[in-house]
Write a protein that binds this ligand. Structure first.
Ligand SMILES: Nc1ncnc2c1ncn2[C@@H]1O[C@H](COP(=O)(O)OP(=O)(O)OP(=O)(O)O)[C@@H](O)[C@H]1O
Ligand SMILES: [Mg+2]
Length: 142
């Protein structure tokens, strides 16, 4: 399903609705370049999962963990060129821990994504600098 976001706040709200709809163990795989709103979407996702801690970008840490109704494991694999390092930090364990794994720059680790992954593809609207077309695939309509 395609959604149009007119602001950072709307992107967060869409993420929140997805978070409310997800089951434990789901992987959310983002694609979309720098500054497209993956971290903004994840802030909303965290709220929807009942995670109350402030979400910050895991660019340098690879993964941040947030406790909640459903825990959130927020990955940013921008710096990885393959999924090897992801498995090294325990990807299989994260998949088994009953949380939601949200992965920025998932195009770098496509072979590690399960068959039932929810894909969130963000791109800039061709007409407006601050609008984003957000394609959510693999989840029920939000
Ligand atoms: N409709 C919109 N949705 C989301 N962000 C928007 C929107 N319009 C403008 N922005 C701006 O775009 C930026 C998005 O930043 P964010 O960190 O969420 O992107 P990102 O995809 O995680 O980038 P990176 O690849 O660097 O991690 C913010 O500065 C935000 O204010
Ligand atoms: Mg980010």
């Amino acid at each position: 399903m395609m959604y149009l976001s007119h602001s950072e706040k709307e992107t967060e709200q869409l993420g929140e609705r997805l978070g409310q709809a997800l089951s434990p163990g789901t992987v959310v795989a983002y694609t979309g370049g720098l500054g497209m709103g993956k971290t903004a979407f994840t802030r909303g996702l965290a709220r929807g999962l009942g995670c109350t801690e402030r979400v910050t970008s895991p660019t340098f840490t690879l993964v941040n963990e947030y406790p909640g109704r459903i825990p959130l494991f927020h990955f940013d694999v921008y710096r990885l060129s393959s999924s090897d390092a992801l498995y090294d930090i325990g990807w299989d364990d994260y998949l088994d821990r009953g949380g939601v794994c949200a992965v920025e720059w998932s195009e770098n680790i496509t072979d590690a994504l399960p068959a039932d992954t929810v894909y969130v593809r963000l791109r800039r609207s061709p007409t407006h600098e601050n609008w984003r077309e957000i394609d959510v695939e693999g989840a029920h309509a939000l």
